[in-house]
Design a binder for this molecule. Sequence first.
Ligand code: KG4
Ligand code: ZN
Length: 333
Amino acid sequence: MINILAIESSCDETSASVISDGKVLNNVIANQTIHEHYGGVVPELASRAHQQNIVPVVDKALKEVSMSKQDLSAVAFTRGPGLLGSLLIGTSFAKSFALALDIPLIEVNHIQAHVLAHFIDEPKPKFPFLCLTVSGGHTQIVLVKDFLKMEVLGQTQDDAVGEAFDKAAKILGLPYPGGALIDKYAQEGNPLAYSFPEVSMPELNFSFSGIKTAFLYFIQENTKANSHFIEENLNDICASLQYTLVKILLQKLKRAARELKINEIAIAGGVSANSGLRNSLQELALKEKWNVYIPAFQYCTDNAGMIAMAAHYKYLAGEFCGQEVSPLARMAF
Ligand code: KG4
Ligand code: ZN
């Protein structure tokens, strides 16, 4: 039996998961609520919280599945991309674990793992498929040729779409991370109440910094005229912003699918939890005759289950790393 312990610590979630012969057995996650007060993740506080959480989280993951350390075939960890201090905690922990148990070490690319989250549950996409990977740090259209063979076809040239959601939420006075709250208010609002500019980017690339600035000016101007503008129109503001962000994402995804003649389409990453994106994607799929794959909520945002899934395929391919491995804030694949 191949039993792998996987650890995720790239941003503000400390997570551990055990995978056995390719089946993810659990997914223990400790969230860090401390950042809510600061309107964003504070790197130093994140790494301190990882330090406090990592031992209890790993302990819980092993106990939950009645597995002892000696049953493990390998230890996997997120090498990057992410916050260096946060990555360092997971990397050092995994390295010591592997050294003490004399078992192989597997480094995992966080974005590749978001894509491979699609292989945790049924239905699984068929190769080749396109994956729109949308999170707080990334916005990419990825051509997935095989489990470990992926190519980035286009990506954001500035902010990630999750960042646009979170910054807009901050402007509205909502706590961090505000993406899910914008989604919640948007469900009650009119998506066509306001319009925001869409920056046209070449090929399959994206840009979200312009819309973020336009949103800031829009709120500033309107609150100057009416100090209750936000609370009186929160639902419509959120619905209109979300509508524009989702439209930008899906326009490029449609273009990629048509150009490559691929109808297996997946979404991954924290923003794939967005109900507006999920609904519009389903509607577009009917028109374009796509087979659409959307991960379960627990595997959309950061989690070790997806790291475990990626580690399983790397174990099968014999892709291990040495003790000299160090975390990478930016990591391409
Ligand atoms: O994948 P993830 O957990 O972390 C990164 O790798 O960045 O993604 C976090 C991002 C945050 O920007 C958060 O606001 C966003 O995902 N997010 C959402 C929703 N749930 C999480 N954005 C829009 N709608 C949601 N329902
Ligand atoms: Zn992520």
